[in-house]
Design a protein. Structure first.
Length: 203
């Protein structure tokens, strides 16, 4: 008995073994016939074929969704997100060179504040520009992480402060920096998105 099985576009034909009488008689009727083990093994081809076809259909569907997101409105949403996120790191670049900021950092226990405060501003700005234009955005995101971790832990310590108003303000800044840190980690993983220099250079 022949059964034709279609998998995607490449049909194939598999031959199932004949049913035989367990007693060994070759001219017995259909009653009491038992299938050989090979017949059972051959029938297992059908679930495998269905699984392969389903997986290929799922990949095609996900590729179409990703393509629509890259070419549609979601591409501009990602660009807007990069602009809004990077703005805070670019706009505050000059404040890191102000003597007032350097003195405040020194009072918070930052060593070599004259050097580290301006350097931290450069790191944050380079990372922010990389995210903004989407050029090596993952590297830019890691630079932002490098900037945020020490600044958050040193400059915005809210624990141990005697002034409750100051402690509350520092806690708000601390949580704000944690949110910025989470955004940087997402960009470090997912990249800049479709409307970016990274996308152009890869094309």
């Amino acid at each position: 008995m022949l059964i034709c099985c279609a998998a995607e576009r490449a049909p194939f034909t598999c031959t199932l073994p004949r049913f035989v009488d367990p007693s060994g008689s070759s001219d017995a009727g259909t009653e009491g016939l038992a299938p050989l083990p090979e017949a059972v093994a051959a029938l297992n081809l059908f679930p495998m074929t269905t699984h392969i076809a389903g997986a290929q259909f799922g990949r095609r569907a996900s590729d179409k969704v990703a393509s629509r997101h890259e070419s549609g409105i979601m591409a501009y949403v990602a660009l807007l997100g990069r602009i809004l996120y990077s703005g805070i790191f670019i706009a505050t670049v000059f404040s890191h060179f102000a003597q007032r900021a350097i003195r405040y950092a020194a009072s918070m226990g930052v060593p070599l504040a004259d050097l580290l405060v301006p350097l931290s501003g450069i790191i944050a700005t380079v990372g922010g520009v990389g995210i903004l234009i989407g050029y090596r955005a993952k590297v830019g995101a890691w630079l932002v992480v490098l900037f945020l971790v020490p600044v958050t832990l040193i400059m915005h310590r809210f624990w141990g402060l005697s002034d409750p108003l100051l402690a509350e303000m520092q806690q708000i800044n601390f949580m704000k920096n944690l949110a910025l840190l989470g955004g940087a980690l997402l960009i470090a993983y997912f990249g800049s998105g479709p409307l970016s220099l990274d996308k152009v250079t890869k094309a």
